[in-house]
Design a binder for this molecule. Structure first.
Ligand code: GDD
Ligand code: MG
Length: 357
């Protein structure tokens, strides 16, 4: 079995974080998100992964290389212009030899891929789609199916109040190779809006694989923080890599659950936690307070600074006495002046990507 992980999106809703780091490389508890996805594929016995990329692909290829470090074979196919979720799949057609998984590159889930393979084997048809029930289906692709699981309709991001169901496309598909024949080459094609509806219109079958797994789309800052809370509390089961340091068990000023990267230094008078992840080399000053937040590597927090429910990207520095209001997102290499007040929900970062290729 092969897998295509879609990693070409620009991550616009995560800006300014994605001006310096492409979405698949955004750290989830200090490990690039894509590494966690690849681990899950590996556990399901999948060793052959194709990555259609396009936005900042260099950051991805540099980290994962040919995949041998993970015991996998990774093939990169770089899009000159974004081809969309189906166009990207069509574009890697020459590498696909049989049935294959397609994964949205920004979904964190406990879905059991092996069980999904079994389900597809039982149901047949051109594919199985993982569905999940959510509170606000209007933000996703609604998928309607009959009692036998056969999908009858796709409604992508319907206006609030008009959702036909609370079951949504969870971004994992198991497809037969024949699906590739239904995607036109050489242009932008959306699998959700064009390919899946066309497949139904032509009389082919797709089946709904609805589960009650942990599931979250990391595409928005509030979901990114939620995912961290869930991993820290154990609501989302995940495995810590041997190279990751243990979850801090408490101690001077540390309020669990907290996860600390290597080489972090915290002044004994500071308060860190609950629900905090500090990247490698972060330094937290005297009487500083960090709660409900994720700091990437090398972030410096000055004496008396307060960071609440926010994300701070790599190497930024929060001046002494500064206060970062809840829901803020601070991009890479930013300097927040001492004593300043960053309003809740602020975005501070460069106006455009700072890393290319
Ligand atoms: N290679 C490539 N090329 N990848 C792309 C492109 C492209 O042109 N466009 C998007 N992607 C990747 C993104 O990087 C992401 O991993 C995935 O495709 C889905 O794109 P998003 O932009 O995150 O879509 P969404 O979250 O609004 O909606 C999709 O996901 C929902 C579940 O999370 C849809 O599939 C919805 O139906 C679904 O409910
Ligand atoms: Mg998404």
């Amino acid at each position: 079995m092969q897998a295509i992980v879609l990693v070409g999106g620009e991550g616009t809703r995560l800006r300014p974080l994605t001006y310096g780091t492409p979405k698949p490389m955004v750290p989830i508890v200090n490990v690039p998100f894509l590494a966690r996805t690849l681990e899950r594929l590996y556990e399901a016995g999948i060793r052959d992964v194709i990555l259609p990329a396009g936005y900042m692909p260099g950051a991805i290829t540099e980290y994962f290389g040919d995949g041998s470090r993970l015991g996998m074979k990774i093939t990169y196919v770089i899009e000159e212009v974004p081809l969309g979720t189906a166009g990207a799949v069509k574009n890697v057609e020459e590498h696909i030899t049989g049935p294959f998984f397609v994964l949205n590159g920004d979904v964190l889930t406990s879905l059991d891929l092996t069980a999904m393979m079994r389900y597809h084997g039982e149901k047949g048809g051109l594919g199985a789609l993982h569905l999940i029930k959510v509170d606000d289906p209007s933000a996703f692709g609604c998928v309607v199916h009959d009692a036998a699981g056969r999908i009858t309709r796709f409604v992508e991001k319907p206006p609030k109040g008009s959702e036909p169901t609370d079951e949504v496309n969870a971004g994992t598909y198991l497809l037969e190779r024949a699906v590739l024949d239904l995607i036109p080459p050489g242009r932008n094609v959306s699998i959700e809006r064009e390919t899946f509806p066309r497949l139904l219109a032509e009389g082919y079958s797709l089946y709904a694989y609805t589960t009650a797994d942990y599931w979250i789309d990391l595409g928005r800052p509030e979901h990114y923080l939620q995912a961290h809370r869930d991993m820290l509390t154990g609501a989302m089961p995940f495995r810590l890599d041997a190279s990751e340091s243990a979850v801090a068990a408490g101690g001077a000023g540390i309020v669990p659950p907290v996860h600390l990267g290597a080489g972090v230094s915290i002044d004994p008078s500071a308060t860190v936690g609950p629900h905090v992840v500090l990247g490698p080399g972060c330094r937290i000053g005297r009487n500083a307070v960090v709660k409900g937040s994720v700091l990437w590597e090398g972030v410096i927090v000055g004496d008396g600074a307060v960071i609440d429910q926010s994300i701070v990207a790599s190497r930024s520095s929060i001046g002494a006495g500064a206060s970062i209001g809840a829901g803020s997102v601070i991009g890479h290499d930013m300097v927040i002046a001492p004593g300043s007040f960053v309003e809740p929900g602020s975005r501070r970062g460069p106006a455009a990507p700072v890393v290319s290729g």
